[in-house]
Design a protein around this ligand. Structure first.
Ligand code: ATP
Length: 604
């Protein structure tokens, strides 16, 4: 497929706010492409070159885009129509005037993509007519891969070279990809829906596609595998999905989608729902999926967050952990918690997270050692264990993990008794832990927040007057505010919840309970997320429309006294005395508290 066709389709999709319409248009793209290209398209439409576990960043600022456009204009006779002329009386192009014109265009449009479209459209370029997606992708990859000294200048040169080959629409899309602003609002569910739609004209295969995706979080790979089978077995839905499930297997080095907790209020409710459980302490650390492989004497390790990002560099101690394990290859699930070297005490989440840095990791790992509380094994020496009952997986774990300086086999109890479970929870709270996680004794490893396989309880059971857990909510927009708040440029913000179908529904406006520092942080975090119109996925009542809309990216942990019914908020619920606890930079919006989870919370 020509890149121009893709660009035009994306710009068409951008015009619609209906998710259904977006799904149909995306389905048309899948129908017009081949499996290899589909892999690239699935990433490009999300504004990325590769999935999170293997990400490749452009590291190019907006300013550099302006310079690349200027370079392009200077090499091609200067600008004549894009809002001014940058050629003097003698036909010479003026570098400064060119850059000024480009900046002026950007100020007028407020959009670098639109600026690139205007500039490229203004120049008389020898465009390459049949430029296809893989050629543009290869150029983009090359730009992203340039590193080291002088890399900015080289990236700029390559980008100008690419612009020279593009039509204006493609230049617009490429620019937005490069500066991370191609926000078309495709959630994973929209992409899966559109694949199913391409295959069947319905969403009937989405659910199975979602299940299959859990084993290997790479939607490009899934799109390619699905389209390939669609070509081989058109019209044979069942056969196709069975074959896809057989071939799209868990793979070392590619993260699985993490299992998450539902919430229940009491030990009694847990036993009633789950009968027999394995209960573990709930550590307040960072979720880490560890992929370990022995290659001769060497141990290779990859670590992934629950957002599926590769954070291997954050944990230089991990290879040592694998040294004495009696295994060749394994995938473990764990919680990493920092501890105080002198007292041996566990440190809170925020301190553990200070490990997440680009420089000085080795030194930080000395100052802030980590313990990995390993609680699950998902794959071992060629065997996929996710369908093996948890009770069996625990036995396997006990055989291979022994406690070391860096790792601990997470302790647990097995019970069917609500009183024992209640006492266990109390013991965890007294020991300063967050609470407990109860896991159904014979459950398979169930990605996401589905079924009653994992349940958490945090605060004291029955502690009334307060919600017994915080909520993780998506920041949808903000209001300018008055008085002192006005000076911050922001006085309150609107938060919402995903509904599991790709939409976000509002739940609360939050204007109090933030320190000045938190307001400043919010302003800073929102700046790159501002969008002109409400994203298609937002459902918000007119009377609480924010002054500024934000793309769904920022997640805030919110505490509140009560949850009530609400006729203003589209989720149907509102919060009483909401306040910000912290920003959840480790969470993506689809991992926020969702409408299903809200149903488990007691209403005031
Ligand atoms: P919270 O905000 O309560 O930490 P969360 O919203 O990040 O939770 P949940 O799915 O509700 O995520 O809770 C599961 C999380 O709890 C895991 O992602 C993991 O980081 C943490 N955790 C701590 N101890 C355990 C444990 N023993 N088993 C599983 N997860 C644990």
């Amino acid at each position: 497929m020509q890149f121009q066709t893709l660009a035009q389709k994306l710009l068409e999709i951008e015009k619609y706010s209906s998710r259904l319409k977006m799904t149909h248009l995306l389905a048309q793209l899948w129908q017009a492409t081949n499996p290899d290209e589909a892999n690239l398209i699935a990433n490009l439409i999300q504004g990325q070159l590769r999935p999170a576990y293997n990400s490749l960043e452009f590291a190019l600022s907006e300013k550099m885009v302006g310079r690349a456009l200027a370079k392009l204009a200077l090499a091609n006779g200067g600008l004549t129509a894009a809002g001014g002329v940058s050629v003097d009386l003698f036909g010479e192009t003026d570098e400064k005037a060119t850059l000024e014109l480009i900046k002026k265009k950007q100020r007028e449009t407020g959009d670098w993509g639109e600026t690139a479209r205007a500039i490229v459209g203004d120049l008389h370029l020898e465009r390459q007519k049949d430029l296809d997606i893989s050629q543009v992708y290869a150029d983009l990859e090359q730009i992203a891969m340039v590193g080291g000294e002088g890399s900015q200048e080289e990236k700029l040169r390559l980008l100008a070279q690419l612009y020279a080959r593009l039509d204006p629409d493609s230049a617009k899309v490429v620019t937005r990809i490069v500066i991370g602003k191609l926000r078309l609002g495709f959630s994973l569910m929209t992409i899966l829906d559109s694949l199913s739609w391409a295959g069947t004209g319905m969403k009937s295969e989405t659910k199975v596609l979602e299940e299959i995706y859990q084993k290997k979080a790479d939607v490009g790979l899934l799109a390619a595998s699905y389209l390939k089978l669609l070509q081989e077995l058109p019209g044979e839905s069942e056969k196709r999905l069975t074959k896809l499930a057989q071939t799209y297997q868990l793979q070392w080095g590619v993260p699985l989608v993490a299992a998450l907790c539902q919430r229940l209020n009491t030990a009694h409710d847990i036993i009633e729902k789950m009968t027999q459980v394995i209960a573990e302490p709930k550590y307040d650390g960072m979720r880490v999926q560890i992929h370990l492989r022995r290659q001769g004497e060497e141990v290779i390790v990859k670590a992934f967050t629950r957002n599926l990002e590769d954070v291997s560099a954050m944990f230089p101690e991990l290879p040592a952990l694998g040294k004495n394990l009696p295994i060749k290859e394994a995938i473990f699930d764990s919680e990493a918690v920092g501890f105080n070297v002198k007292t041996g005490q566990m440190l809170p989440f925020q301190e553990t997270m200070t490990r997440r840095r680009k420089h000085g990791v080795a030194q930080k790992s000395q100052e802030l050692p980590i313990k990995f509380f390993i609680f699950d094994v998902l794959y071992l020496d060629g065997n996929d264990l996710i369908n093996t009952p948890l009770s069996e997986r625990k036995k396997i774990l006990a055989k291979i993990i022994s406690d070391t300086t860096w790792s601990v086999l997470a302790p647990f109890i097995v019970t069917q008794d609500a009183v024992i479970l209640h006492q266990y929870h109390q013991t965890q709270l007294k020991a300063g832990l967050e609470g407990m996680v109860a896991k159904q004794f014979n459950s398979i490893y169930q990605s996401g927040r589905k079924g009653w396989t994992w349940v958490k309880i945090k605060e004291d059971e029955g502690s009334c007057g307060k919600l017994n857990d915080t909520l993780d909510l998506v920041v949808m927009g903000y209001y300018y505010g008055k008085g002192k708040r006005h000076d911050f440029g922001l006085g309150a913000f609107l938060v919402g919840v995903p509904d599991g179908k790709g939409n976000y529904l509002s739940i609360s406006k939050i204007g109090t309970g933030l320190s000045d520092e938190q307001f400043r942080e919010l302003k800073q975090k929102s700046a790159p997320l501002e969008v002109k119109e409400a994203p298609a996925a937002y459902q918000v009542n007119k009377i609480i429309r924010p002054d500024v809309w934000l793309a769904p990216e920022l997640v805030a942990e919110i505490a509140a006294d009560e949850m009530t019914k609400s006729s203003i908020h589209t989720s149907g619920y509102g919060l009483r005395f909401p306040r910000l606890v912290r920003w959840r930079d480790d969470k993506t919006p689809d991992q926020a508290t969702d409408t299903e989870q809200l149903k488990e919370i007691k209403i005031a």
